[in-house]
Design a protein around this ligand. Structure first.
Ligand SMILES: NC(=O)c1ccc[n+]([C@@H]2O[C@H](COP(=O)([O-])OP(=O)(O)OC[C@H]3O[C@@H](n4cnc5c(N)ncnc54)[C@H](OP(=O)(O)O)[C@@H]3O)[C@@H](O)[C@H]2O)c1
Length: 225
């Protein structure tokens, strides 16, 4: 396996499950030290164990609930990252909230706000605070995760779908604005349907094995970066 990410440090949100866990493992397989960020410590610990048992570089665990986190929390995170790991080469924004398929008119206001916050505002706040560190050592990468199902199937995909459309526009603005001022690159990836909690919430009748295994999808995604 290639060691393309050797000596690099990557922050992965949503690293305790699904595609985020897959990306954390895939990055570690290719030599990266991964900062495992997410809200449930035991899930992050399980990802930590999978990486270390496979002989990967020791990851760091950074518990954070992006729904309640403030700019000050992200400032602290950047300071701690810089102090302990000395660099940041990339971020994968894989933390996601999905409350199930439902008509837009029926979504509770607090659920609408929370979904937009986790899926759209948090990637903006985290990226904003991390940009100077990402830029410092020659330009890092920010990876946004898109979902073709949310963009294509539209009806009933609610605030999740709206957040993904917003994320696409955010990526366009950031790319244009950073193009001549920063070496940081904003990348969007679109993994295939994967058998995760999100997918099971959208398609409860789907059988295991009929969508991709998240780690395999993550390895392919990473190879294409
Ligand atoms: N599944 C698919 O078929 C599919 C297809 C295309 C794209 N995607 C995209 O892939 C990405 C990951 O989705 P997934 O299917 O892997 O989802 P998932 O299995 O449901 O995992 C979501 C992750 O986000 C974390 N998270 C949720 N709310 C959070 C919060 N407030 N603060 C911090 N972390 C939080 C969860 O943490 P806990 O571990 O604490 O629960 C969990 O680790 C998303 O961007 C999704 O749109 C998925």
């Amino acid at each position: 396996m290639s060691r393309r990410f050797q000596k690099q440090v990557w922050l992965v949100t949503g690293a305790g499950a699904g595609f985020g866990r897959g990306m954390a493992i895939a990055l570690a397989e290719q030599g990266a030290t991964v900062v495992l960020a997410g809200k449930t410590i035991k899930n992050l610990e399980a990802t930590y164990d999978l990486i270390t048992e496979a002989g990967g570089p020791e990851p760091a665990i950074y518990p954070i609930n992006v729904l309640g986190a403030s700019v000050t929390d992200y400032d602290d995170m950047v300071v701690k990252l810089d102090e302990s790991l000395k660099r940041l080469d990339g971020i994968v924004h894989a933390a996601v909230r999905f409350d199930g398929l439902m008509p837009v008119a029926g979504i509770k206001p607090k659920d609408w706000a929370a979904t937009l916050h986790v899926n759209l505002t948090a990637p903006q706040l985290i990226t904003q605070q991390c940009l100077p560190l990402l830029d410092r050592d020659g330009g890092g990468r920010v990876v946004l995760v898109q979902d073709q199902a949310a963009l294509d199937q539209r009806a009933f995909w609610g605030a999740y779908s709206v957040a993904k459309a917003g994320l696409a526009q955010w990526a366009t603005l950031m790319r244009e604005e950073l193009e001549n001022t920063s070496a940081v690159r904003i990348l969007s990836v679109t993994p295939p349907p994967m058998y995760t909690a999100l997918r099971r919430a959208a398609f409860p009748a789907e059988l295991p094995g009929s969508s991709a295994e998240p780690l395999l999808a993550a390895r392919e995604t990473l190879n294409a970066l």
